[in-house]
Design a protein around this ligand. Structure first.
Ligand code: CMP
Length: 139
């Protein structure tokens, strides 16, 4: 199995609710390595650029508002099969559909305020890691 890198964002709802440590413990408990990490307050331009693929969706405005509401914690994760493993750990996008033991089941509220983001493919893992951590791009 290949070593991959994926981007995690602990979203404003989870930061507001003091769940940074709980979510990082789940990430580390799952054996994913945190290569780099930063807490930052996304600008509108950063959030719009990051979610560019969703710009035609009806929820895009709401998504950008939410992601710029307060600070987030972005981290570059590494491990074998890291993209799929982190997605499994996060659970379904809508916390109501997420399995027990997942981050979104434990800390998400609804489909918008769902505690965390993770890259959805190996290719997007590369693109998203580079968005915040150009120094951690796998060559
Ligand atoms: P994320 O993994 O960050 O990728 C895109 C995000 O859009 C997704 O998680 C959700 O939080 C958000 N999203 C998806 N569907 C909706 C929706 N119907 N309403 C609001 N936000 C949504």
């Amino acid at each position: 199995m290949a070593v991959e890198r994926t981007l995690s964002i602990i979203k404003p709802d989870a930061v507001e609710q003091n769940n940074i440590g709980n979510i990082l413990a789940m990430i580390q408990g799952a054996g994913l390595k945190i290569l780099g990490m930063r807490m930052l307050h996304l600008t509108r331009a950063q959030a719009q650029g990051f979610y560019e693929v969703h710009k035609e969706r009806p929820f895009f405005g709401e998504l950008v508002e939410f992601m710029t509401r307060g600070p987030v914690v972005v981290s570059a994760l590494e491990g074998e099969d890291a993209v799929a493993r982190y997605r499994a750990l996060m659970g379904a996008t809508n916390p109501d559909d997420a399995d027990e033991g997942t981050i979104r089941k434990a800390y998400g509220t609804d489909v918008g305020e769902n505690a965390c983001h993770g890259s959805d493919s190996i290719e997007n893992g590369q693109i998203e890691v580079a968005y915040f951590f150009p120094e951690y791009l796998l060559k």
